[in-house]
Design a protein around this ligand. Structure first.
Ligand code: FAD
Length: 317
């Protein structure tokens, strides 16, 4: 079912979450067993991230280094099929501009349609860690809005290089990312909202936000999004802090602020167990306030570890 239909049919705030494909060489069994407890809270959909290639240096016997590209977390499409088969929920694969030509995107969408996927989250992706800035693939998309456009055109039966519309139309519901604390490359929130609107104008039907730890930031974002004339559902993304190192890692990686009240509490902790307790409690309070405000779904970034999200959901749903 489409995410928009799940949201329309819901009588209260839904529970949903995101997982990462396992690292190459690790089994899927562990991941699926790990998230099984979360099914208790009846998620209508589970997002599966996509990870583009990264560059590594391979050492040859002659001592020379060769730069090669490799995917550390392949398998997004297969995991979507496995999730739908095993849990009978919708799987939402993330699809990137980065690393894909338009033809590869078209083929990936055909694969996804054939396995019964009805929703995709369309994203630009970031530059590989070793590259400074995002560079689109040759004949690939520069921005997520162009990817949205391609998906919507396929929904209309318009394939690349085909002169006429085909009789077979895909029917994807497309979600996109939004940033309560602004995307790090955008010079201003106003600029970022202009391009968020472009994604919606091109056919995106819902927004999932980057994680945030201060609900006021989300509520302000929501007001600004509405003022910009965007009226699709906004699903807040949440992540409980579980280790002390995340106090610096999360702001550095995701360009967000942690509230002083949270950081002060975390810095008093002597063990990671205490940190986890504070992080979970903070996320519970955030979740309760968001549910009270009537958000359509609480979307948890689990990093494929279900324990903290389970404890939060148990208190909230
Ligand atoms: P865009 O919407 O294309 O925006 C990127 C930047 O360009 C913004 O600053 C925007 O303001 C600006 N911009 C947009 N259009 C234009 C234009 N026409 N002209 C000038 N500037 C423009 N990454 C992954 O690699 N895999 C994942 O699975 C993944 N999942 C994610 C899920 C969520 C919910 C979120 C919030 C992020 C996720 N990301 C993922 C990270 C994402 O790929 C990065 O944040 C990326 O830097 C931006 O992606 P976007 O789709 O928001 O880009």
């Amino acid at each position: 079912m489409k995410i928009t239909d799940h949201l329309k049919n819901a009588k209260s705030t839904l529970f949903s979450f995101e997982i990462l494909p396992p690292l190459k060489g690790q089994s899927l069994k562990e991941l699926l067993e790990g998230i099984e407890p979360l099914m208790e809270f009846k998620p209508p959909f589970v997002d599966v991230t996509y990870h583009r290639e990264e560059y590594i240096y391979k050492k040859h016997p002659n001592g020379l280094l060769e730069k090669v590209s490799t995917k550390k977390r392949p398998g997004t499409v297969g995991i979507c099929a496995a999730i739908m088969n095993r849990f009978h929920v919708d799987a939402v694969p993330h699809l990137l501009c980065g690393g894909f030509s338009k033809e590869e995107t078209e083929n990936a969408l055909i694969d996804l349609n054939f396995i019964g996927v009805e929703n995709v989250l369309a994203l630009r992706g970031d530059a590989p860690k070793t590259e400074g800035k995002f560079i689109p693939e040759k004949n690939g998309h520069h921005f997520a809005s162009e990817l949205v456009d391609q998906i919507i055109r396929m929904n209309q039966g318009k394939y690349l290089h085909e002169e006429t519309e085909t009789s077979f139309h895909t029917n994807f519901c497309v979600g996109v990312a939004g940033y309560p604390e602004k995307h790090f490359e955008a010079p201003s929130m106003k600029f970022d909202l202009k391009y968020l609107k472009e994604k919606v104008d091109r056919g995106a039907e819902y927004i999932v936000t980057q994680m945030f730890f201060d609900n006021e930031k989300f509520f302000e974002f929501e007001r600004n999004v509405r003022a910009a004339g965007i009226d699709v559902p906004i699903i807040p993304g949440l992540k409980p802090i579980t280790t002390l190192s995340q106090i610096t890692m999360l702001p550095r990686t995701f360009f967000l602020d942690l509230p002083d009240a949270l950081t002060d509490e975390l810095l008093k902790c002597k063990t990671n167990a205490e940190v986890k307790e504070i992080g979970i409690e903070w996320a519970i309070q955030q979740s309760k306030e968001l549910v009270k405000a009537g958000v359509p779904s609480l979307h948890f970034y689990t990093m494929s570890k279900a324990e903290a999200t389970y404890k939060i959901a148990k208190e909230v749903f």
